[in-house]
Design a protein around this ligand. Structure first.
Ligand SMILES: NC(=O)c1ccc[n+]([C@@H]2O[C@H](COP(=O)([O-])OP(=O)(O)OC[C@H]3O[C@@H](n4cnc5c(N)ncnc54)[C@H](OP(=O)(O)O)[C@@H]3O)[C@@H](O)[C@H]2O)c1
Length: 276
């Protein structure tokens, strides 16, 4: 798989920083191979200190010589950043956008047909190399370009290629998903506290239980309903808990949360920026 030798990350906020941190921890790229860009000097200083990468104030300077350019700015800044970097890009540089809702045609319209564009939707667990990234290719990206983008995100977790029409759904499920699951962990931990377990023990029990359940699902390949049945003894205590979950509509609430987040993802890039 084609690995980039150097990367520029434009926008080193929460996601950009998590990504760089995960890449450095994984060890295939070193601090000297990654350059960041951010308009605010305090962010540059903080990221330089914490990650050791060079962070420049100028996007066009930061992207010079990079094989792969990751756009990790807010969706509402995408139009301006794309117009700014378009004249400075080399057609050999692969542009990877992680911006929610910015379609490849939106990006391509501002960068021109020569530029290979890949859209990626990672999540913050990339910070600890447990990320999940959905990827799709723009019209002019060749398999070698998507392979290069995928190789970067594969360093910080799992990857999956999807049709672009599913990217907002991926955003809602796996990029917003950690927030939904933190609420579940927090609630389970709160239940433990209610039953007298010290908070730190209760949080450990809840988080490790979620990790274990997730790994069981991934490693056995079994349907989650089957795994649930393995825990549910007839006339036991789990079935009583499950009945409470059904009554509280946990299932439909989670489905509605993901659907709502996907709807929002679709309209994060302002129409004034020209849409597609
Ligand atoms: N957070 C997530 O879990 C997640 C997951 C998947 C995808 N994403 C996507 O990743 C992107 C970044 O999200 P985030 O949560 O990391 O947001 P964020 O923390 O606000 O990061 C954006 C960074 O870009 C900087 N920036 C603003 N204008 C810029 C410009 N013109 N050139 C270069 N940098 C600029 C911001 O600086 P200032 O804050 O100082 O203005 C900030 O450091 C978004 O498009 C989001 O949709 C986020």
């Amino acid at each position: 798989m084609a690995q980039p030798k150097s990367i520029a990350v434009l926008g080193v906020g929460k996601l950009g920083e998590a990504l760089v941190s995960g890449l450095l921890k994984q060890g295939r790229l070193h601090a000297k191979d990654i350059r960041g860009a951010d308009p605010h000097p305090e962010t540059s200083v903080r990221v330089k200190q914490s990650l050791g990468i060079e962070v420049l104030a100028s996007n066009t300077s930061a992207l010079k010589g990079a094989d792969l350019v990751i756009l990790a700015v807010k969706p509402q800044n995408m139009d301006q950043v794309l117009r700014e970097i378009a004249p400075a890009l080399d057609p050999h540089q692969v542009v990877v956008s992680v911006a929610t809702g910015a379609t490849t045609s939106f990006i391509q319209a501002r960068l021109g047909e020569a530029q290979p564009v890949v859209r990626a939707m990672p999540n913050t667990p990339a910070l600890i190399n447990e990320g999940m990234t959905g990827l799709c290719a723009g019209l002019y990206a060749k398999p070698k370009h998507i392979a290069m983008a995928e190789s970067v995100f594969a360093c910080v977790g799992r990857t999956v290629q999807v049709d672009e029409g599913l990217m907002d759904a991926v955003t809602a499920l796996s990029a917003s998903g950690p927030a939904f699951l933190y609420v579940v962990i927090e609630s389970l931990a709160e239940a433990g506290v209610k039953l007298g377990i010290p908070r730190h023990v209760s949080t450990l029990l809840a988080a490790q239980t979620m990790l274990g359940a997730a790994r069981m699902t991934l490693e056995t390949g079994a349907h989650p309903a089957l795994l649930k049945d393995m825990v549910t003894t007839p006339a036991g205590c789990t079935v009583d808990g499950l009945m409470e979950l059904e009554e509280g509509k946990l299932r439909v609430t989670l489905i509605k949360a993901v659907v709502k987040a996907a709807e929002r993802a679709r309209c994060l890039v302002p129409p004034s920026a020209g849409g597609d």
